[in-house]
Design a protein around this ligand. Structure first.
Ligand code: SF4
Length: 235
């Protein structure tokens, strides 16, 4: 008999699919938002240095595996397996309608900018979803994005993301996870020797939060201020 984790992998969904994945159409609490204020200690609530200083940090969490490519090196041991409490939103039409409405409000509220971390779990799941981010970046001047995607250049979604990366160089700072063919803008796992080689040659740097050198992304900012590759000791 398959374990719960094996079943989740086989069915391309979260280990917590039954209780922690919802559609916006299931009903939202009064103060519930898809784009949430960050409460994650490792992200921080606000940027405190660099060009985005002062911007509040928001997060979006989708369903791991259901929105991801099964080429991800961490498809089986995704850190979502250890996140039983996070609410994941189903990737459907209602999701993007809510995101648009919420972005409109955030854009008017944060005249000096706001930073959205994509995605705490999950990934860019379709070409249409990527093109919506392009549209939203055009429409909402105060929107900034950072994060990581496993969608590699050479795949349709990966190529579309790369166009956004180029077009919105200072506002769409989404790195490619686990791609050793790229010289810049990747996020790599320390446990791969090729990543440690990049540290030696200074092609990459270790995330300072994991080294206890700073508190959070908000107090660090390297992922959106340099295109040098970042290395995580845990993915
Ligand atoms: S390098 Fe800095 S910005 Fe990037 S993940 Fe680590 S703490 Fe966050």
């Amino acid at each position: 008999m398959l374990s719960k984790t094996e079943l989740a992998i086989q069915n391309d969904r979260s280990l917590f699919h039954e209780f922690k994945v919802k559609s916006v159409t299931d009903g939202m609490g009064k103060s519930e938002r898809v784009i949430k204020k960050s409460t994650n200690i490792k992200l921080g609530k606000k940027v405190t240095k660099g060009k985005l200083k002062g911007m509040p940090i928001y997060t979006v969490t989708l369903e791991e595996r259901a929105t991801c490519s099964n080429t991800c090196a961490h498809y089986a041991d995704c850190y979502g397996n250890n996140m039983p409490f996070a609410t994941r939103y189903k990737a459907d039409t209602a999701l993007v309608v809510s995101m648009y409405n919420e972005l409109q409000i955030l854009n008017s509220k944060h005249k000096d900018g706001f930073l959205v971390r994509l995605h705490i779990l999950g990934d860019f799941y379709s070409l249409n979803y990527v093109s919506l981010w392009n549209k939203w970046l055009s429409e909402f001047d105060n929107l900034y994005v950072y994060g990581y995607s496993e969608r590699k250049i050479g795949t349709p979604i990966g190529n579309a993301l790369n166009l956004l990366r180029i077009k919105w160089a200072n506002r769409f700072m989404v790195r490619v996870s686990g791609d050793f063919n790229l010289k810049t803008m990747t996020a790599l796992s320390f446990d791969d020797k090729r990543a440690s080689d990049q540290l030696t040659t200074k092609q990459a740097f270790l995330c300072p939060v994991q080294e206890d050198k700073t508190d959070s992304c908000g107090t660090c900012g390297l992922c959106w201020s340099t295109d040098k590759n970042v290395i995580f000791k845990t993915h």
